[in-house]
Design a protein around this ligand. Structure first.
Ligand code: CTP
Ligand code: CA
Length: 224
């Protein structure tokens, strides 16, 4: 794929990206979350803005600066991320779900800090499933023209990624093997496979997330 990062090829287009983890409160001091630095989503937002797009970045808690020219919407929980996504994604040209959304939240958040004392060394929490944000976006009346997911897998990467692509009715899914410690999560590099709904497959070798972001945007810009 040729990178076309010096042009304004995304001018006039609206791009909505989710990034970072979500955080699900257990009580006022504790929460559940996922590994995610937010770097891949932020790199995509930065690249799209540089190429002229109007970019909305719906971000969970991360420690990254907001890229220039990007409108950032800060959220904490998956339910907040879904509320922001359904508002922002309507009629967008591209929606990218780069966030590591917590699949579950506790069924009822305790109002007071829960004490260890009297718990007998165990604490059982009941978790309930969170809304699937990207699946919801892909099913919207004003569905974005392109909906792209990410899949972090520890095994059978292609099988699981293609299953998500089909089940969530996505256009593309970007998959990486998070069992490898040299790429992904907190790394500045990533190495991914991209699968398309028409059975396409692209292998994108290890490269900085900023470079990969431009290559991915080249792919998502294609009309087909
Ligand atoms: N995703 C989402 N909302 C969720 C869970 C996931 O929008 N509640 C999105 C992620 O942002 C990503 C894609 O779905 O773009 C795949 O996420 P992943 O966690 O790999 O898929 P799940 O369907 O949650 O499957 P599992 O965690 O069981 O592998
Ligand atoms: Ca998940």
């Amino acid at each position: 794929l040729q990178t076309d990062s010096q042009t304004s090829d995304w001018a006039g287009r609206r791009v909505v990206i989710t990034a970072g983890p979500t955080r699900e409160a257990i009580d006022p001091v504790r929460y559940l979350t996922n590994h995610s630095s937010g770097r891949m989503g932020y790199a995509l937002a930065q690249a799209a803005a540089r190429r002229g797009a109007e970019v909305v970045l719906i971000s969970g808690p991360v420690s990254l600066p907001t890229p220039a020219g990007v409108r950032r919407v800060d959220v904490t929980s998956a339910e907040e991320m879904w509320a922001a996504a359904r508002t922002e994604a309507a009629g967008a040209d591209l929606f990218v779900g780069a966030a590591a959304v917590a699949d579950y939240r506790v069924d009822s958040v305790a109002e007071q800090k829960q004490k260890k004392q009297g718990r007998d060394g165990q604490w059982q929490l009941t978790l309930v499933e969170n809304p699937d944000i990207i699946q919801g976006v892909a099913a919207m009346d004003q569905r974005p023209a392109r909906v792209v997911g990410f899949a972090a897998e520890t095994r059978d990467v292609e099988t699981y990624a293609r299953d998500k692509l089909a089940r969530k009715k996505l256009d593309w899914i970007v998959a990486n093997d998070v069992s490898r410690s040299d790429i992904g999560f907190n790394s500045t590099d990533n190495e991914v496979m991209v699968f398309g709904r028409d059975n396409q497959r692209y292998d994108m070798g290890r490269q900085p997330k900023s470079v990969l972001a431009d290559a991915l945007l080249d792919l998502f810009a294609r009309a087909d």
